[in-house]
Ligand binder design. Structure first.
Ligand SMILES: Cc1cc2nc3c(=O)[nH]c(=O)nc-3n(C[C@H](O)[C@H](O)[C@H](O)COP(=O)(O)OP(=O)(O)OC[C@H]3O[C@@H](n4cnc5c(N)ncnc54)[C@H](O)[C@@H]3O)c2cc1C
Ligand code: SF4
Length: 523
């Protein structure tokens, strides 16, 4: 594996700095690609910038090919932009991990001191802190400035009963978004009850811009195909934005064309339509091409100008200053022990369909398709279909967590882990979510048109033709009754199961046992 064979564009554009001539360096990780989030002295003094491509990091999980392409191409583009802006840039490539590369550089250049920003992911942080221990006062850590909330301020409060809603209200007050003095705009903090509409038949949905891969991205695509041929997904039709300018275009397009209807159809799903009115901005927010404040500023301005309805703008701002920041606080408070969380003690492997996308269940195949094709789906397919099915089929939540981490382009451990082990699988036993997110096929039928196109019958509760979600759901409620009975919001489900006839109960148990046993699993 020749490390620089696929770096010809970077090598021919950036003139290699002589490291001996530099006293100060700044190490920029692949998810810290925005100079506005770095301290002003860096923009003023323009020290040496070090970027690191690490085959070791890429090999930790068989990440979606498009994730690998996105991460590498956006980092190369950013490094080239920094070089154009007058920064000396050292673009390093290592077969090992990035700390091996940094150790090499610091050992060979004793005059060099280095600043790094606290990585958002635990393992990268450990690696950099080890480098700091090795090179002592030559290496300095500065706080991560890519988020809005300081986790140190909230970490202690993360425990059962500390709801996202409390955190969100504090963030609204602090940021001033949609506030009239101390009161929320419109009188309510949350307009979610207006945000649960099904997409009407033939409702027009705007298309989203697609970026044609340039020479730099093409080179990365070739490299990913050669280095990671067996990774998840495919590299065809790569259309993600890879520069800040392109990401800003996507942001403006969302604000102008989709934000107004984002709210009402936030929970909707529709056959062949994967993005609906969602922003698809997590990809750009999570590596710094966009900053959370600028997205919220623009959304609020659009509301103030009367160009988007309140329930849509409040919904978006809540996702960003509420959920996104809250899951990061949770990650900081719960790591590293939470990695092993498994409240229900499920030990089964992930169903094979998560890899192949092949299944007779139309909702599952519709929700897996955009993940395999693009490494994306919006929140409801992730939560109410893909995670729901994994829970109901008694899959080890850590297996599901790993799959979400490798399959999505926006996945980084700080955000994927709380959403999977906290929110969607209840693996943490209820620290993040107040009850397990499981449902029968009724929810999917209510929020989508999937059931109309399915071989299974949503109206049937048990038997060969019945929607598997229907009996698996009641089986889950029965088997996990201890958890549901303790929960004031969910114990009525156990009572409902108890009231079923013995014949119905038997059909639920037998159907579920057979379905779960017959399900093909990954090795
Ligand atoms: C099982 C599961 C796994 C998830 N894994 C990830 C992940 O790996 N990376 C990721 O960024 N999000 C993850 N999420 C959260 C959420 O589903 C995505 O942020 C969202 O779907 C991204 O699409 P979008 O940009 O079109 O979002 P939109 O619906 O347009 O929302 C706007 C923004 O709000 C933020 N946001 C909304 N909900 C959340 C949330 N629960 N946690 C964090 N940010 C949120 C995102 O930055 C998103 O871009 C996961 C959710 C679940 C249930
Ligand atoms: S019938 Fe069941 S399996 Fe089929 S699409 Fe509807 S919810 Fe999914």
């Amino acid at each position: 594996m020749d490390n620089r064979a696929f770096l010809s564009h970077v090598d021919s554009t950036i003139s290699k700095p002589n490291l001996k001539e530099h006293g100060r360096a700044v190490f920029i990780l692949h998810d810290q690609l925005n100079m506005d989030a770095w301290p002003s002295w860096i923009r003023e003094e323009k020290p040496l910038l070090i970027f690191m491509e690490s085959a070791g990091k890429g090999n930790e999980l068989p990440h979606h090919k498009k994730k690998a392409i996105y991460v590498l191409s956006s980092m190369r583009h950013f490094a080239l932009e920094c070089a154009e802006a007058g920064y000396p840039v050292h673009y390093h490539s290592t077969k090992g991990h990035f700390d091996d590369g940094l150790s090499e550089i610091l050992s060979a250049n004793e005059q060099l001191s280095m600043t790094f920003m606290t990585p958002s992911e635990w393992d990268s942080r450990e690696r950099l802190r080890n480098i700091q221990a090795e090179f002592e006062d030559r290496v300095r850590e500065i706080p991560n400035n890519f988020f809005l909330a300081d986790p140190e301020e909230y970490k202690e409060r993360v425990k059962d009963g500390w709801l996202m809603e409390y955190f969100y209200r504090e963030m609204r007050r602090k940021s001033g978004y949609l506030m009239n003095g101390d009161q929320p705009e419109g009188g309510e903090w949350n307009y979610d009850e207006k945000n649960r509409e099904k997409l009407p038949k033939d409702h027009p949905v705007p298309t989203i811009a697609e970026t044609e891969p340039d020479e730099i991205t093409q080179e990365v695509i070739e490299m990913v195909e050669e280095w990671y041929p067996d990774h998840f997904g495919n590299s065809e039709n790569f259309t993600y934005a890879v520069t800040r300018r392109q990401a800003l275009y996507r942001l403006n397009e969302f604000i102008d064309e989709r934000l107004d209807e984002f709210g009402p159809y936030e929970d909707a799903m529709a056959q062949g339509q994967y993005k609906l009115f969602h922003s698809q901005l997590s990809v750009y927010l999570n590596n710094g091409l966009l900053l959370p404040k600028e997205v919220c500023d623009k959304a609020e301005k659009t509301y103030q100008n009367g160009e988007a309805r309140l329930n849509s703008v409040e919904g978006l701002i809540r996702q960003i200053i509420g959920w996104r920041e809250y899951v990061r606080v949770y990650y900081e408070a719960m790591m590293p022990e939470v990695r092993n969380a498994n409240h229900f003690n499920f030990t089964k492997k992930l169903p094979e369909m998560y890899w192949s996308g092949e299944t007779k269940m139309n909702c599952m195949s519709e929700c897996l398709k955009p993940v395999i094709d693009e490494g994306y789906s919006h929140h409801i397919p992730r939560l109410m279909v893909l995670s729901n099915f994994s829970n109901l089929t008694e899959t080890d939540p850590r297996e599901l967590n790993e799959w979400f981490h490798l399959a999505y382009v926006d996945a980084y451990e700080w955000v994927v882990l709380p959403n999977v082990l906290g929110m969607s699988t209840f693996a943490d036993g209820g620290v993040l979510a107040s009850k397990p997110y499981v449902s029968s096929g009724n929810y999917i039928n209510k929020m989508s048109d999937y059931c109309k196109h399915c071989e299974y019958k949503i109206s049937k509760k048990t038997g060969e033709e019945a929607c598997p979600f229907n009996y698996l759901y009641w089986n889950f409620i029965d088997k996990q009754r201890e958890t549901f009975s303790k929960n004031g919001r969910a114990n009525f489900m156990v009572n409902m199961f108890n009231k079923k006839s013995e014949d119905d109960k038997k059909a639920i148990w037998e159907g579920s046992e057979k379905f779960i046993e017959d399900l093909k699993r990954l090795n």
